[in-house]
Design a protein around this ligand. Sequence first.
Ligand code: NAD
Length: 363
Amino acid sequence: MNFNIGVIRGDGIGPEIVTEAIKVLDGVGAKFGHTFNYTEILMGGCSIDACGEPLTEEAIQAALASDAVLMGSIGGNTSTSPWYKLPADKRPEAGLLKLRKSLNLFANLRPAYLYEELKEACPLRDDIIGDGFDMMIMRELTGGLYFGTRSTVEEDGQLVARDSLTYSESEIRRIAKRGFDIALKRRKKVTSVDKANVLDSSRLWRKIVEEVAKDYPEVEYEHMLVDNCAMQLVKDPRQFDVILTENMFGDILSDEASMVTGSIGMLSSASLNDTKFGLYEPSGGSAPDIAGKGIANPIATILSAAMMLRYSFDLDAEADAIENAVKKVLKDGYRTIDIMPRDGSSVKQVGTSEMGDLIVERL
Ligand code: NAD
């Protein structure tokens, strides 16, 4: 089959890690008989330098014309880069927010998976980790507290700040459906997280999730209060498969879940809309401190490409091949510098490009 992929290399380590993900995609294409066509799209600091703005209309159109977009990362050193002397709406990150909005990317997926070989990086005790955990945080990305009306006004001689948290039935329904669809591709369990003992928006969330769950009888589901979920993530992370939650709770819980896995260089993510389209990117940033040194870990971007195959193209076997190749490369003892164990004598340190090659060899 033929697929058109928009490619945003971005800034810092972005171009280096995307090159490796493309290498792996081409390897999968050769093995399974698919052709991936790539369209380069400028976004972030590099677009400011070339076009005077972080995301042009032309770039948005190119993204819209693609089947999916693979992204590295954008931005520079926020203290020293001239990009951060510009007004907020002209900075690199403004490009990403604009792209998410233009493409209506309302569902954010962040897997938190603990590799057997990287257990040392996990801050939890061995008896809690057991044989590892594998969960997916599904966060609503375009509603709730971060998009509600806000104000700071003086009342009775003091400043009063207000933020509003709004969710409509349709916003909840579309993310819930996505969550249950994703669960069908996994271990078929959804934990819907809310604060229904206090918030009206959470009570509506719970009601709609229950309605949606009726259409997925094969998926087991439960409700959990957000404060309990924050505790359970460190107490017993193995209980979770898909965690489905609203914007702010998801923001916090996804960082918590990813940190219990260890390295930022291993964490992929996807942002989806209500079509098959998605934007796939590593969870980390552009790491200006190591850019150009050839040492960045490309695995998060490579795993993001695997998510693209699974969720935008329905190529599950191909996605499995990439994920298994990553597991194999770790098992065979290869590490980039960020995932080197304290005692590195039993493993071999490799650079960005070599890690890409080693994964391709194991597809
Ligand atoms: P960062 O994630 O770029 O870096 C934090 C630390 O993690 C650094 O020490 C870095 O070297 C390391 N790191 C990150 N990715 C790595 C990888 N693949 N391999 C090895 N080490 C890796 O976060 P930051 O320093 O706070 O931000 C740098 C820039 O990235 C900023 O401009 C920020 O706005 C931007 N940013 C962009 C995105 C995005 O593109 N979606 C996300 C987060 C931050």
